[in-house]
Write a protein that binds this ligand. Structure first.
Ligand code: CTP
Ligand code: CA
Length: 223
């Protein structure tokens, strides 16, 4: 019902977003990943539909039903997520990197299940590409928004990522607080852009998603 009353401030705009974790295979039965639930990304997708946007979500492995009217592309690895995003980026007006992307992948994925032998073993890892920075570097760059999950010096690290990745906006959250981020149903964000910042106090993720999208729409107008 509420979608009929939501202000259609994103009417005519296409939103592309990433959500959930990525998953890096070690061998046919094992992987490296993280605890991202995908809830924030799917809340953003739902809120954006209410506000009149066309939404494509590139989702890692998460246990969430697809909200109505959303184009969902399921991926596992970081490279798959990057490929899916890059295929969509040229016809997107807004990109939000909400996924908890694995920073590293296994250097050589074993083709057979690894058998245990020695008492110790080491796994060689290599750096993954940065999806968000790749979008921001695209010649037909959408309005590009990142997330920053930090456990310390939240403002410092978030502003550093805003600059370093050349973003239009970054939403930072303190994941050292168990009521925020990752698997929680609530979250609080501090949003930074080049000439300002705004506090979004703790609330449910759908409310927070509407507030963040409102800030994005405002900044796109003034940009
Ligand atoms: N991100 C991405 N691709 C990566 C790593 C991160 O798109 N390979 C995006 C995330 O989706 C998020 C933002 O970059 O929007 C910040 O992610 P975060 O993990 O906080 O930053 P990193 O640059 O990976 O730095 P670090 O983990 O060392 O703090
Ligand atoms: Ca990271």
């Amino acid at each position: 019902v509420e979608q009929f009353f939501a202000p259609k401030i994103l009417q005519g705009l296409s939103l592309l977003l990433t959500a959930g974790p990525t998953r890096e295979a070690i061998d046919p039965v094992r992987y490296i990943s993280n605890h991202s639930s995908g809830k924030m990304g799917f809340a953003l997708a739902k809120a954006a539909i209410e506000m009149g946007a066309k939404v494509t979500i590139v989702a890692g492995p998460v246990n969430i039903e697809t909200p109505l009217n959303i184009n969902r592309i399921n991926v596992e690895s970081t490279q798959e997520m990057l490929d899916a995003v890059m295929q969509q980026v040229h016809h997107s007006d807004i990109f939000i990197g909400c996924a908890a992307v694995c920073d590293y992948r296994v250097a050589d994925i074993a083709t057979d299940k690894i058998k245990k032998s020695a008492h110790e073993m080491a796994l060689a890892l290599v750096r993954n590409p940065d999806i968000l920075a790749s979008v921001a570097a695209h010649p037909q760059r959408p309005f590009t928004v990142g997330f920053a999950a930090e456990t310390q010096d939240v403002a410092h690290y978030a502003k550093d990522k805003l600059k370093r990745k050349n973003l239009d906006m970054i939403a930072a959250n303190d994941v050292s607080d168990p009521s925020q981020g990752f698997n929680s149903d609530t979250n609080a964000l501090t949003v930074f852009w080049s000439h300002g910042q705004y506090e979004l106090p703790a609330t449910d993720k759908l409310t927070l998603a509407r507030q963040l999208l409102t800030l994005i729409a405002q900044q796109m107008k003034t940009a």
